[in-house]
Ligand binder design. Structure first.
Ligand code: UT7
Length: 329
């Protein structure tokens, strides 16, 4: 088929990776108790829906998790790494200040030459990365993109702050997005408002060979919660309108996996039955940019989400950033 006939982009394979170490709420409560900090499985489950998360070991970086997820996605798509002409890694926990985790992943995949870059939009990172890859494919700049969300948030957690350290986990998810004669990605909708940067941030940086400022995550949970509920509904409505679809057309909602209450609230506003909501937050915790592709891969591999289904992906997080992608699988 000629390049000009391939006007759209479509997901042709998904993959994911969770580090082996599974930490339950009870494990975490025990560790925090040793530091004199009180929490409980009951509190965490009731307020967030989280029961366990996975933590990388000291030798594993974001690019290692990304590598396994990418290999699985490439295998599912029936593609070789050498066929990839664009790599985008969404991450807020890169291997190093520079070069990008995407270039490190490219080398680990045994390829060279194709474009590779990181995209930093915190928990909205995967939705942003998918929208960028879609735009590059539509304009003919790429034909076979590897789009990855990979995080080792355990590295930036403050284990003396019970309001944040119980929420996050590590992992990676990836998709292969290819040029296609039929749509795939139907529409995307991206936003940011930097005036909210202080409610969810890791403000530290490096300067003169030292860490400047606090390099650990901090969050005003209730403020993030309120904003998230509002913008997720707005973005869902906007992306449906752009695609000329209605909420009745959605087969599956795969939102950023941060809190089951936010996710259920969004599903309710879209008048979706709860069994159309893909939930992995219970087993993964909040894996930031990795959460959506991880949940997508789990749903595809379990046979729930199938080719032809209409799927709404929604991200929200630090920045503040938020957005949605509507796609036919
Ligand atoms: O990934 C980007 C998007 N992030 C999000 O979407 C996160 C959004 N926010 C949330 O999910 C929720 O706000 C949290 C789960 C972070 C917190 O839930 P909440 O219902 O908003 O609780 P809260 O912060 O209002 O805290 C309620 C109480 C407080 O005690 P007092 O002041 O009422 O005595 C907290 O100190 O719960 C206490 N608390 C805890 N207790 C036991 C906070 N964390 C814990 C804990 N264990 N881990």
């Amino acid at each position: 088929m000629s390049g000009s006939a391939l006007r759209y982009s479509r997901i042709t394979g998904t993959g994911s990776m969770l580090p082996a170490r599974r930490v339950t709420n009870a494990d975490l409560a025990e560790q925090l108790a040793d530091r004199g900090i009180e929490t409980s499985d009951d509190w965490i489950v009731e307020r967030t829906g989280i029961r366990a998360r996975h933590f990388a070991d000291a030798s594993q970086s974001a690019s290692d998790l990304a590598l396994d997820a990418s290999r699985h996605a490439l295998e599912a798509a029936g593609r070789k790494a050498a066929e990839v002409d664009l790599i985008i890694v969404a991450t807020s926990t890169p291997d190093m200040v520079f070069p990008s985790t995407a270039t490190i992943l490219q080398h680990k995949l045994g390829i060279a030459g194709c474009a590779a870059m990181d995209l930093q939009a915190v928990c909205s990172g995967f939705v942003y990365a998918l929208a960028v890859a879609d735009a590059m494919i539509r304009t003919g700049s790429a034909r076979c993109a590897l789009v990855v969300g990979a995080e080792v948030f355990s590295r930036i957690l403050d284990f003396s702050d019970r309001t944040t350290c119980v929420l996050f986990g590590d992992g990676a998810g990836a998709v292969v997005l290819e040029a296609s004669a039929t749509p795939g990605i139907l529409a995307s909708d991206l936003h940011a408002d930097g005036s909210h940067r202080d409610i969810l941030c890791t403000p530290g940086t490096v300067s003169g060979g030292a860490v400047l400022g606090n390099p650990l995550l901090r969050m005003d949970g209730p403020a993030v919660f309120k904003l998230a509920v509002r913008v997720l509904e707005e973005s869902a409505r906007a992306v449906l309108a752009k695609a000329g679809r209605t909420d009745a057309d959605i087969d599956w909602l795969i939102p950023h996996q941060a809190n089951i209450r936010i996710m259920q609230g969004t599903a309710k506003k879209l008048r979706l039955p709860m069994d159309k909501l893909i939930v992995t937050v219970d087993e993964h915790g909040n894996t930031s940019a990795a959460s959506i592709p991880l949940a997508l891969d789990v749903a595809v591999r379990s046979g729930r989400v199938k080719a032809g289904d209409t799927v709404m992906l929604e991200g929200v997080g630090g920045g503040f950033t938020w957005g949605a992608v509507l796609l036919d699988l």
